[in-house]
Write a protein that binds this ligand. Structure first.
Ligand code: ZN
Ligand code: ZN
Length: 401
């Protein structure tokens, strides 16, 4: 087997890996939009034979999870290419399209896989492993052909609400892995060696809301289900009602897990201009007793809050997503600052910290560790004796030790 990282050896996002069997058959793992891309345009597609017009040697495309930096350029592929993804990934993409999110699309030839159920793609055998990550239904892949094994970590962590998955994996990991393609998002970003868990964030939310006398606002990604659970739990423990957009509620509902907050629960409401059903609420009602509510804002609620002049120094606001997105929201953040809102950042990474990366490598004991999804691949050489840094497009023979 050979591997060629088409994009991602020296950047976070835009991940695309080509795996080539000795017979010439190929599969692609992820086809992401680069993080620094201003627009999703076809010209960004990496140079991979057979993706715009399917060729017979291209067996399929695996998608690890529903983050644009892993599937975003998939909108340009030949529709007949078989795409393998989790039901949750497909559902998140479907709902994003239904709610007209920018760059939303769905794959045509979709094939769902199940956790740890091996399946064949041409000559390749693929085993997906469900991971703890900020995207729901995120998977790592073991890819086997020619008697060799490549393990693609995807994006993962071990400090989220599904951390058990990681420790279970360490106990039941595959043996004799040749190459581990390992994400290194945390390298160069590490403020501390250890990342906070979602439970620690829950406490921070509760502490912050303890003294607040007005409306509580939170800004987060509706697709970050772990964080939605954290916010819900903190709201409930603070005796507040969680108010979500229809889109956020729809995503939670579609994950088909009755333990996730949803609009059938009495302390979860959907914000709407004209409430008709018991689970719906409008801003006028919220503002009659603002202290009672936590509103997860989206663009529309932010506009309405400003139009209603609903924000004052009693309002509290939590920014609960990656710092790098702040630039996008600078007008809104500036508005809040002017209104003297109490503001706080409460967030933890969706990615593995260094101790977790080490645990992964120690358990799998791969012959080689290839960094991907990192701005600092050379840091892998300090961490692991068997790190091999590649360049985008290099073709690397898995059998060479
Ligand atoms: Zn990613
Ligand atoms: Zn991700």
């Amino acid at each position: 087997m050979k591997i060629s990282v088409k994009r991602g050896t020296k950047e976070i996002g835009g991940s695309a890996v080509e795996i080539i069997a000795d017979c010439g058959q190929r599969i692609i793992v992820d086809l992401g939009l680069p993080l620094n891309a201003e627009n999703n345009i076809e010209e960004l597609l990496p140079d991979i034979k057979g993706i715009k017009q399917k060729s017979s040697d291209l067996a399929g495309l695996l998608i690890s999870h529903a983050h644009q930096d892993h599937y975003g350029l998939g909108k340009y592929i030949d529709k007949s290419i078989p795409v393998y993804l989790s039901k949750e990934t497909a559902a998140i993409m479907h709902i994003a399209k239904q709610h007209y999110l920018p760059d939303a699309f769905e794959f045509e030839n979709q094939n769902y896989f199940e956790n740890e159920q091996s399946f064949s793609v041409g000559v390749f055998t693929v085993t997906p492993y469900l991971c703890d990550h900020s995207a729901y239904g995120a998977y790592a892949f073991l890819i086997e052909a020619d008697g060799q094994k490549v393990f693609y970590s995807g994006d993962f962590r071990a400090h989220g609400r599904k951390r058990k998955l990681f420790y279970n994996f360490l106990r039941h990991k595959p043996e004799n892995t040749d190459v581990l393609l390992l994400e290194g998002s945390c390298l160069g970003r590490e403020k501390s060696e250890h990342y906070q868990g979602e439970e620690e964030l829950e406490k921070e939310f509760i502490d912050f809301w303890k003294n607040s006398k007005g409306l509580s606002l939170v800004q987060t990604s509706a697709q970050n289900i772990d964080r939605m659970v954290t916010i819900y739990r903190a709201a409930r423990r603070s005796r507040k009602i969680l108010v979500l957009s229809g889109y956020a509620g729809h995503i939670l509902w579609a994950m088909d897990n009755k333990n996730l907050p949803n609009f059938t629960w009495k302390d979860v409401k959907k914000i709407t201009a004209k409430p008709r059903r018991s689970h719906e609420i409008d801003l006028t009602t919220i503002l009659q007793n603002p202290r009672k509510y936590v509103v997860v804002t989206d663009y529309h609620t932010q506009q309405s809050l400003q139009a209603y002049n609903a924000i004052d120094e009693q309002t509290s606001y939590v920014y609960s997503m990656w710092n790098g997105y702040k630039e996008k929201y600078q007008d809104w953040l500036g508005y809040l600052k002017n209104k003297k809102v109490q503001m706080k950042d409460i967030h933890t990474s969706g990615h593995a910290d260094i101790p977790t990366l080490k645990k992964m490598v120690n358990a799998l004991k791969p012959k080689m560790v290839v960094p991907i999804h990192t701005f600092y691949p050379e840091r892998f050489c300090d961490l692991f004796d068997n790190a091999v840094c590649l360049n985008d497009g290099d073709v690397f023979d898995v059998s060479v030790k």
